[in-house]
Design a protein around this ligand. Structure first.
Ligand code: HEC
Ligand code: HEC
Ligand code: HEC
Ligand code: HEC
Length: 476
C-alpha cells in the first residue's frame, strides 16, 4: 500500500519535473521554419509540356527549382503524392531523378499501379526512392509510413493512395492496415502529412475520424485539388493546392513557435520558362527521348492510302476520301495547322494517346493511328463535318446542308490548351474561303431550301473525282 503511494507520488514528481524541463527547453528554443516541398501527378512528363504557348513542367526545371528551395531552407521534406507515370518506359528514369533531387518519399497513385503494377515498387526500390504504401499487398521494399526528424521536429508521412489490387475480401484487411499505419504515424509525429491520391481526406472524413485517430496537418492530394488557389483549411488540417504533369511545385513553410499552433504559408510555384534547366538532368531526359524516338506501335506508318475503317460502331472517313469530291476544301485544310497536328506531336516524340486524343481525329475515333506517308494527319474533315457524313454524289441533289456547330471547337480549344482561343479570330483561319454560290448560312441540322439546280456546277465539271461511289455506310 505505502509502497504504491510512494511510487505514485514519485511518478507525479517525475512527470512534473520532466514537464518543467520540457517546457523550459521548448521555451528557450527560437521559432523554427520547416519547409515541405511537394509535387503530384508527374504522369510521365519528363519534359515541359503544354499547348498554346504555355509550356510548363519538366524534370530539368524542377531540379533547379527544388535545389533553390532547398538552399533557401535546408530544413525540408520533399514528397510526391503519386502518379509518377502513365508510361512504364520512363518510370526508372523518373524514380532515379526524384531520388537524386532528395525526395524523401512518394505515395502511390492509381495510374502508377494500373500502368506499371509491381514494376512500380521494383523500379522505385532500384532507384532508392522510398514508396509509402501501408496496404497488406505491398512489397517489402515499401514502408507503411515514414517519420523524418527535421531539426528536432518529427514529420510523419502516410499515404492514402492506391495499392496493388487485392480481392474484395481483403478490403477489410487493407483498411485495417491503412488505419493502423495512420494511427501510428500520427502518434509518433509532430506534423503529419497525408499523401492522398485516393481523395480520402474530406470534410466528412475529418469530422468522423478526428476524435478516434487524430486529424492530419497537411493533405497533398492528386489532380482533384489542382483548382485550389490556396490551402483549404478544415479545423487544423490544410488541404494544399496541387498541379498536373509537374507544371507546379508546391511549398508549405511551417513556422513552429513554441506554445503556439503551427503557422502555415502555402504556395504553388509554376515550373515555367523563368526557371533554368539543370544540364545534367536535361542530358538524361534527352538521352531517354532519343532512345524512344522510333515510332510507337499505335502510330504505324504505311504507304497505302487508307479507306474507311471502322471497329464496331466507330467509323472514320479519312480526308483523302473527301479530296476526290472536295479538292479546294482539302487544299485549304492542308494549309492549316489542323492538318499538321500529328506532325507537331511526332516531331516531339509525343504521338502518345494523351496528346493524340486532341491532335488526331483518327485516334479520337479508332483509338489507333495509321499514318499514310505523304498525307497530312491531324484534326480533319470528320472533326467538323461528322453530321454531314456519310454521303456521296447524291448529296448534290439533296436539300440537306449541315452547318458546322462551332461549339465543337471548344472540345479541344479549352482554357488550358488554347488560352488564346477566340472564335472571331480562330474561325476565319480554318474556313475554306468563300464559295461563290452556296447558301451556307443554314442553322444546325436544319434542312435548307433545295439549292437551285442551275447554280450548282455539274458533277462532270468537278475536278478529279475518282471514287464516284458514295462513302460506304458500314465499316471496312
Ligand atoms: C463522291 C463525292 C463526294 C465525296 C467522296 C464526299 N462528298 Fe461531300 N459533298 C458532295 C456533294 C455532291 C455535295 C453537295 C454540295 C456540293 O455540290 O458541293 C457535298 C457536300 C458536302 C458538304 C456541305 C454541307 C453538307 O452537309 O451538305 C460538306 C461539309 C461535305 N460535303 C463534306 C464532305 C466530307 C468531310 C467528305 C469526306 C469524308 C465528303 N464530303 C466526301 C460529294 C462528296
Ligand atoms: C479535335 C480537336 C480540335 C477541334 C475540335 C478543333 N481544333 Fe483547332 N486545333 C487543334 C489542335 C491540336 C491545333 C494545333 C495543331 C498544331 O499546331 O499542331 C489546333 C489549331 C487551330 C488553329 C491554329 C491556331 C494558330 O495559332 O494558328 C486554329 C485557328 C483553330 N485550331 C481553329 C479551330 C476552330 C475554329 C475549330 C472549330 C470549328 C477548331 N479549331 C476545332 C485541335 C482542334
Ligand atoms: C484538350 C486537347 C489537347 C490535348 C490533350 C493536347 N493538345 Fe496540343 N493543342 C491543342 C490545341 C487546341 C492547340 C492549339 C492551341 C492554339 O493555338 O490556340 C494545341 C497546340 C499544340 C502545339 C502547338 C502550339 C504550341 O504550343 O507550340 C503543340 C506543340 C502541342 N499542342 C503539343 C501537345 C502535346 C505534346 C500534347 C500531349 C502532352 C498535347 N498537345 C495535348 C489541344 C490539345
Ligand atoms: C476545323 C473545322 C473544319 C475542318 C477541319 C474542315 N472543315 Fe469544312 N467547313 C468548316 C466550316 C466552319 C465550314 C463553313 C460552312 C459551315 O458553317 O458549315 C465548312 C464548309 C465546308 C464545305 C461546304 C462548303 C460550302 O460551300 O458550303 C465543304 C464541302 C467542306 N467544308 C469540306 C471539308 C473537307 C473536305 C475537309 C477536310 C479536307 C474539311 N471541310 C475540313 C469547318 C471545317
Amino acid at each position: 500500500m505505502g509502497d504504491r503511494r510512494t511510487l505514485s507520488r514519485l511518478s507525479t514528481w517525475i512527470v512534473l519535473v520532466l514537464g518543467v524541463l520540457v517546457v523550459a527547453t521548448i521555451a528557450g528554443e527560437p521559432p523554427k521554419t520547416i519547409r515541405i516541398i511537394y509535387t503530384n501527378d508527374t504522369l510521365g512528363y519528363i519534359e515541359p509540356c503544354g499547348c498554346g504557348g504555355r509550356r510548363a513542367g519538366g524534370l530539368p526545371r524542377r531540379a533547379v527549382l527544388i535545389s533553390q528551395l532547398k538552399n533557401e531552407n535546408p530544413q525540408c521534406v520533399i514528397v510526391e503524392s503519386g502518379n509518377l507515370t502513365n508510361m512504364p518506359d520512363r518510370l526508372g528514369l523518373i524514380a532515379s531523378i526524384l531520388a537524386e533531387l532528395g525526395y524523401d518519399a512518394v505515395g502511390v497513385g492509381e495510374t502508377d499501379i494500373r500502368t506499371c503494377g509491381e514494376e512500380f515498387y521494383k523500379k522505385a526500390a532500384e532507384a532508392k526512392l522510398t514508396v509509402i504504401d501501408p496496404s497488406p499487398g505491398a512489397p517489402k521494399s515499401a514502408v507503411p509510413y515514414l517519420i523524418k526528424n527535421v531539426a528536432g521536429v518529427r514529420i510523419g508521412i502516410v499515404s492514402f493512395g492506391f495499392g496493388l489490387r487485392l480481392s474484395d475480401q481483403d478490403e477489410y484487411e487493407r483498411r485495417k492496415a491503412l488505419y493502423s499505419a495512420y494511427t501510428e504515424a500520427r502518434r509518433k509525429s509532430d506534423v503529419l502529412i497525408v499523401l492522398d491520391q485516393s481523395n480520402t481526406v474530406t470534410n466528412e472524413w475529418i469530422e468522423s475520424n478526428e476524435g478516434r485517430f487524430g486529424a492530419p496537418d497537411i493533405v497533398i492530394g492528386g489532380v482533384m485539388q489542382r483548382t485550389l488557389m490556396e490551402d483549404k483549411v478544415i479545423g487544423k488540417t490544410h488541404i494544399v493546392p496541387t498541379s498536373i504533369q509537374g507544371r507546379d511545385v508546391g511549398v508549405v513553410d511551417l513556422e513552429i513557435i513554441p506554445g503556439q499552433s503551427l503557422k502555415f504559408s502555402v504556395r504553388k510555384m509554376p515550373v515555367d520558362e523563368s526557371i533554368a534547366e539543370d544540364t545534367a538532368v536535361k542530358k538524361r531526359v534527352e538521352e531517354f527521348m532519343g532512345k524512344i524516338r522510333q515510332t510507337p506501335t499505335y502510330a504505324r506508318a504505311t504507304t497505302e492510302p487508307q479507306v474507311t475503317v471502322g471497329q464496331g460502331s466507330a467509323k472514320y472517313y479519312p480526308p483523302l476520301l473527301c479530296k476526290a469530291c472536295h479538292a479546294s476544301e482539302y487544299e485549304q485544310w492542308e494549309s492549316t495547322k489542323h492538318a499538321k497536328a500529328v506532325a507537331t506531336l511526332t516531331a516531339q516524340q509525343r504521338a502518345i494517346p494523351e496528346c493524340l486524343k486532341c491532335h488526331s481525329e483518327m485516334f479520337r475515333r479508332l483509338q489507333r493511328l495509321t499514318l499514310t506517308s505523304g498525307a497530312p494527319a491531324g484534326v480533319d474533315c470528320m472533326t467538323c463535318h461528322e453530321k454531314s457524313l456519310p454521303h456521296g454524289l447524291e448529296r448534290k441533289e439533296s436539300p440537306i446542308r449541315v452547318k458546322v456547330d462551332t461549339k465543337i471547337c471548344l472540345e479541344c480549344h479549352d482554357k488550358e490548351w488554347s488560352p488564346n482561343y477566340n472564335e472571331k479570330t480562330y474561325l476565319p483561319k480554318i474556313s475554306h474561303g468563300p464559295k461563290p454560290t452556296q447558301t451556307s448560312a443554314t442553322p444546325t441540322s436544319q434542312p435548307a431550301p433545295p439549292p437551285v439546280k442551275s447554280q450548282n456546277p455539274s458533277i462532270e465539271s468537278r475536278p478529279p473525282a475518282p471514287p464516284p461511289s458514295p462513302i460506304p455506310q458500314a465499316g471496312n
